[in-house]
Design a protein around this ligand. Structure first.
Ligand code: AMP
Ligand code: MG
Length: 455
């Protein structure tokens, strides 16, 4: 594993040299073999590198961010660091650690991460990759041998994360505060890394387009990020920072799982509008290197770009091409589903199975009518089982797998990791019992599902 330090060399003012804490007993809990092979890293080499003072010298990155609408000029990697970059097939990837100890940006935090949330990020990010949604990837979760205080005392862990780039909207917001020279250098670095040869206007348009495409995929998948602060919006168009995220079961536009989001700012239905808000903050940060006219022109195209992407995604899920009657059909579905209690994922998957007959008998008349209209448009149902997943990272599956893992049993985590790698079919090596566990209906809850940010 040969790491470069391109970011730190180009932008020393945007980071601080930092190394992971010396942990008492680093051990591999889960390792992503497929990703490791692509990167030329295995578990043993990773542990050796992290324990070697010369090879574990990385950098904590500085960034700003609007958190729930409030601007914080300096956040940065409080418990994370960029170990360096690797190059694979001409493409550079960041190797990043999360939970590696407090940095100068820790702001009083302990710099640690708990095993449950790190395994959760590992599983959900790999599930997103399996669904072909751009995302940071997870290479490994390591236990640190350190016990840490959360709601209770729990095992500390470290996530090894891989991304095209960890630059965020908040990175440029911070660079802008440092003055035009740092802004220009940071932008030039972002352009060179993410879209070589682009003008600043083209770069901004590219972020708008890739983020619009990303959030359209989230909406199709029923994914609620939960904390779409500008420091959690990546310039690469990759999903980043899995904290209180979750997938919906029923189609509930108001779904909001984060314990700290009391206003529902980041609820399921708000995500496209919040992205627009974040992209406006990005334009502000880029001025004066982006002209006001260009910012207006590009941002003015966001709503229609998002709409086009959303229609493409949903039409694809329905086995149709985007035409005016299909647009109407898809809009009607989003209106019809809330309150029916219908499981969103089973509904979409059901379109592939017996042309929607799965649970159709139990559907209310207006939904059956919708299915008739859908059929009349001649959908390509043969292709649908490759498009709508059978296995979704549902909260009850994750909760059960993580509770077992916290007790030392990683069997369900391993099963989910295998299942999420190809969510369109049951894993070929899974037992009947395992498939039954994956396929269990969503159990009723006495209290709504919530996730916590104190990860
Ligand atoms: P997040 O909500 O995970 O995106 O994190 C927001 C900010 O808080 C980032 O600057 C993190 O580095 C920082 N942070 C979160 N948890 C901790 C922790 N336990 N110790 C230090 N910094 C943290
Ligand atoms: Mg973050």
């Amino acid at each position: 594993m040969t790491l470069t330090h391109r970011f730190a060399e180009a932008l020393p003012e945007m980071c601080t040299p930092w190394s992971p804490e010396c942990f008492p007993d680093l051990q591999v809990a889960v390792f992503n073999d497929a990703l490791g092979r692509r990167l030329g890293i295995d578990g043993e080499r990773l542990l050796a590198a992290l324990g070697d003072e010369e090879r574990n010298a990385g950098h904590a990155q500085a960034y700003a961010g609007h958190q729930f609408g409030q601007f914080v000029p300096l956040l940065g990697d409080g418990r994370a660091l960029l170990l360096g970059e690797v190059e694979v097939d001409g493409q550079s990837y960041d190797i990043h650690l999360k939970g590696s100890g407090p940095t100068p940006f820790a702001r009083g935090g302990d710099g640690q991460a708990a095993i449950g949330p790190m395994l959760r990020e590992y599983l959900v990010s790999e599930a997103m990759a399996g669904l072909n949604i751009p995302t940071t990837r997870s290479l490994a979760v390591l236990t640190t041998g350190k016990r840490i205080q959360r709601e209770t005392v729990t095992d500390g862990a470290l996530l090894v994360r891989v991304a095209r780039s960890h630059l965020r909207v908040g990175s440029l917001q911070h660079a802008a505060l440092r003055g035009e020279e740092t802004l220009r250098k940071t932008l030039d670095y972002a352009v060179a890394t993410l879209s070589p040869g682009s003008s600043y206007k083209e770069f901004y348009a590219g972020v708008v387009e890739s983020q619009a495409a990303l959030v359209a995929k989230w909406m199709r998948a029923g994914f609620v990020h939960g904390v779409m602060n500008t420091d959690n919006t990546a310039l690469s168009g990759e999903t980043i920072d899995y904290g209180p995220c979750a997938f919906i079961d029923e189609f509930d536009p108001d779904a909001c799982f984060s314990s700290i989001d009391r206003q529902g700012r980041y609820a399921f239905r708000n995500q496209p509008a919040i992205l627009g808000w974040n992209l406006a903050r990005l334009a502000e940060a880029m001025i004066p290197l982006l002209s006001l006219e260009d910012a207006h022109e590009v941002l003015g195209g966001y709503a229609s770009a998002y709409r086009r992407r959303w229609l493409e995604e949903m039409a694809d899920a329905a086995g149709l091409a985007v035409t005016p009657p299909v647009e109407e059909l898809l809009d009607d579905l989003a209106e019809l589903l809330p309150g029916t209690g219908i499981d969103y994922h089973r509904f979409l998957r059901g379109l592939a199975e017996a042309e929607g007959a799965g649970a159709e008998g139990a559907y209310p008349p207006e939904v059956r009518l919708w299915l008739e209209r859908w059929r009349a448009l001649g959908p390509d149902t043969a292709a649908l089982s490759e498009k709508n997943p059978l296995i979704v990272p549902r909260n009850h599956l994750l909760e059960e797998a993580l509770a077992l893992a916290e007790g030392g049993d990683l069997s369900r985590v391993d099963l989910l990791a295998r299942a999420f790698a190809n969510p369109y079919a049951w894993p070929s090596d899974a037992s009947e019992e395992e498939i039954a566990w994956l396929d269990r209906p969503v159990p009723p809850r006495r209290v709504p599902f919530v996730t916590y940010c104190g990860t």
